[in-house]
Write a protein that binds this ligand. Structure first.
Ligand code: FUL
Length: 747
């Protein structure tokens, strides 16, 4: 334990060291700050507001939206984590095309690509001198290929930045666990990657870790890795298990509403700061701590801090459920709307979005993923191309000379608005050139001066009063807020709280393309159904079709609810000024006989009870997501379900739907048999259907049905045969298989 005089000496040493380290930086801001003992909360808050990104951190943040490519041994083994024992003979892309990756990534608006040069299985995508477990031992290009080299070159040609993921955990390398030897091995691999492939902008160190092949635990020499990077690639940020960029804390794609880039550093690291001889002392002090907390940098979190550091968030998420390519996930690429939602919740919450696009066994990004990306880009472009605030006259409650409010709508890259010193709240009032309709707000702080804004509101003038449209806490590099569309000529931005005089470099008001909502959103019905279409933009017209074709502005215009009397597919689009919006909405409706009740011979699993018995007769269909509460799950058992229609009815078709998602042990039934009965006692089989779809096929919802020539019956029974156990090729070979059912439709 330190005595108080000892603590004072320690602090003086630390501060002196900081000052000497930063003296060469002139007036440039530091990306760390030491808090002196006895500083008040106000002092600490001001200090936090002056911590700013290092040039490499600022440059990285400005890339906004970047790509990950998980490619390697796992792509060919159809797995997520290799054991390190895989044979290099399986690595053999059939039509490798790095230029295709780069084209797709650039067109999607991403500016940097990080490749998994080595994942946990230890297989290297470049011909490393330090192991045989690499492309050079594979049949691809007869062992003469270099994935890292070709991808780096393609990026350079296209003006895309390039980064490497190098897994510290290596399940193949024999020296792993023999700490000094593996540390040298790892540094050697880093040196290869950082010297032979041009400029590297990001080095990504994964936190996943376990024992080595020899059962020994590796002690990583992180500071020595950082030193190699600082020496060979000073422009590169070191992410995740590194001091420049932090993991946002989830792999969902959703960052925090309140996202501070300035975080408290933990006390014990100050000794490491003091010991560090590097220009950016934070390297020596780095320890990731708990990054999953909801709050990382509020006043509450920094009030007892000993040091503060600029440590911004990166949000990594895959376009599919897995990080690596699996054909079974081809239908599970996130939709354009989902990707847009993720964009708002990451880039729009002061974070960089790192979206993974896993190339397939050909060595190309699949059309499924490209379709989603193109759809996403179209929506974002339609939204953000025109800033409806441009041309506005802006009145600020306070302006610092040389930093007028007009700077927030100027295109100039470094101009920004701020107030006189020590002002902690302010208002900017925008008089727009004319009435405008908008539903998105974009704010950017001038983060080269630090992150300051703690609370803000957007209001629009509604004729006689101000109406609040949206509220937020932090802004940081970029904040995007969505709210229902409003039309007004006057808006104001109220900054209610700022750590010190607030800054803004950009303010934008935008209108997203209108989308159509169909209500109800599909399902089955008994006699007729009224279907309503609406748009989130009152000014837009809605066009629709009922025959499955794609609607255009030449299709039927929606004016009143549609009376659906037979099985129908409704597709609708909104159009504004003759332009059809990017998003198509669709819903399928099936006319059927309503079952009064259903009885199962054996119960469904308590783990997947959907919404109870009625799940399979409620008119709503299960999606491709087995957790969506529309599915009933049966583990190892057959399903025998009897439906009571209440009275004898003429039947011409019976359909039952199943899900296949073999990655989750869910298989289609091998056979489905259909029966009918007038009394529920004596049954007559009316048809059967065997499964013809391959068990290796991607995720699908498949209907089994039986067509009958209008026979009357009160009861219907469907018996579905569970395949029982996972086949030999499956990773759960011999385990019980699941049957997931929804829904039974009697027509
Ligand atoms: C994780 C890894 O274990 C995953 O395989 C993937 O690489 C992801 C980005 O990071 O920690």
């Amino acid at each position: 334990m330190m005595t108080s005089s000892c603590r004072t000496t320690f602090w003086l040493t630390v501060v002196a060291l900081m000052l000497s380290v930063s003296s060469g930086l002139g007036r440039q801001k530091n990306n760390f700050a030491i808090i002196k003992p006895g500083e008040s909360l106000q002092d600490i808050v001001h200090r936090a507001a002056s911590v700013a990104p290092s040039p490499r951190q600022l440059n990285w943040q400005q890339q906004e939206f970047i790509a990950f490519a998980h490619f390697g041994m796992n792509t060919f083994m159809d797995q997520e984590w290799g054991k390190g024992t895989e044979s290099p003979s399986v690595f053999n892309p059939t039509d490798f095309d790095a230029r295709q990756w780069v084209r797709v990534i650039k067109n999607a608006g991403m500016r940097l690509l990080i490749i998994t040069a080595k994942h946990h299985d230890g297989f290297c995508l470049w011909p490393s001198k330090y192991t045989e477990h690499s492309v050079k031992s594979s049949p691809w290009k007869e062992g003469k290929g270099d994935v890292v080299g070709v991808v780096a070159q393609a990026c350079r040609e296209a003006g895309l930045k390039f980064g490497v993921y190098l897994s510290p955990w290596d399940r193949h390398e024999p020296t792993f666990g023999d700490s000094p030897a593996y540390n040298e091995h790892f540094r050697n691999q880093l040196r290869e990657l950082l010297t032979n492939y041009g400029e590297i902008s990001e080095v990504w160190f994964d936190g996943a870790n376990d024992e080595g092949p020899n059962g020994k635990k590796q002690v990583y020499d992180w500071p020595s890795y950082y030193k190699v990077i600082r020496d060979l690639a000073p422009q590169a940020v070191i992410a995740i298990m590194g001091p420049d960029v932090r993991w946002v804390g989830t792999e969902s794609g959703y960052g925090r509403e309140t996202e501070w880039s300035v975080l408290p550093n933990i006390t014990q690291n100050l000794a490491a700061i003091a010991a560090s001889s590097q220009q950016f002392p934070v390297d020596g002090a780095f320890a990731p701590g708990d990054l999953m907390d909801d709050d990382l940098g509020s006043r509450e979190k920094i009030k007892n801090a000993s040091a503060l550091v600029w440590y911004p968030a990166e949000t990594d998420v895959s376009i599919r459920p897995g990080w690596f390519y699996h054909s079974s996930q081809d239908n599970l690429a996130k939709s354009p709307a989902k990707l847009v939602d993720i964009y708002y919740s990451s880039v729009g919450r002061n974070s960089v979005l790192l979206l993974n696009l896993p190339p397939d066994k050909r060595g190309q990004i699949t059309d499924h993923d490209i379709k989603s990306l193109v759809g996403m880009r179209k929506i974002l472009d339609q939204t953000f191309t025109t800033n409806l605030a441009s041309g506005a006259t802006i009145i600020a409650s306070n302006e610092k000379p040389g930093h007028n409010a007009s700077a927030v709508i100027e295109q100039h890259p470094t101009s920004y608005w701020t107030t006189d010193d020590d002002i902690e709240s302010a208002t900017l009032e925008f008089q727009l050139p004319r009435q405008r309709t908008f539903d998105r707000l974009m704010l950017q702080e001038n983060i080269s001066a630090g992150q300051r804004i703690e609370a803000f509101r957007l209001e629009a003038w509604a004729g006689n009063t101000w109406k609040t449209l949206a509220r937020g806490t932090t802004v940081g590099y970029k904040r995007l807020l969505r709210f229902p569309a409003v039309t007004s000529q006057k808006v104001r931005l109220l900054i209610d709280s700022s750590r010190t005089s607030p800054t803004l470099s950009n303010v934008g008001l935008y209108k997203s393309p209108p989308t159509v909502t169909i209500e109800p959103n599909g399902g089955s019905f008994e006699s007729s159904l009224r279907v309503r279409l609406s748009s989130d933009s009152k000014k837009s017209a809605i066009f629709y079709t009922l025959d499955g074709s794609e609607p255009t502005f030449k299709s039927k215009r929606y004016t009143r609810p549609i009376n659906v009397t037979g099985s129908t597919q409704v597709k609708g689009v909104a159009s504004l000024g003759g332009e059809v919006a990017a998003e198509l909405s669709e819903a399928r409706f099936t006319k059927c006989l309503k079952a009064q009740s259903v009885i199962f011979e054996k119960p469904y699993s308590a783990k997947y009870p959907g919404r109870g018995d009625i799940t399979i007769i409620d008119g709503r269909r299960g999606s491709l997501d087995f957790q969506d509460k529309e599915w009933l799950g049966f583990n190892g058992d057959d399903i025998v379900a009897s439906l009571d229609l209440g009275e004898s009815k003429s039947i011409h078709k019976i359909t039952i739907g199943f899900l296949q998602q073999q990655g989750s042990w869910i298989f289609l039934p091998s056979e489905v048999k259909f029966f009918m009965s007038e009394d529920g006692i004596s049954w007559k089989m009316t048809g059967n259907q065997s499964n013809t779809l391959k068990q290796t096929e991607s995720v699908v919802v498949k209907d089994f049905s039986c067509v009958i020539k209008n026979v009357s019956a009160r009861f219907v029974k469907v018996a579905s045969k569970n395949v029982g156990t996972c086949p030999a090729w499956h990773s759960g070979a011999g385990d019980k298989t699941w049957l997931f059912v929804d829904e039974v439709i009697v027509e």
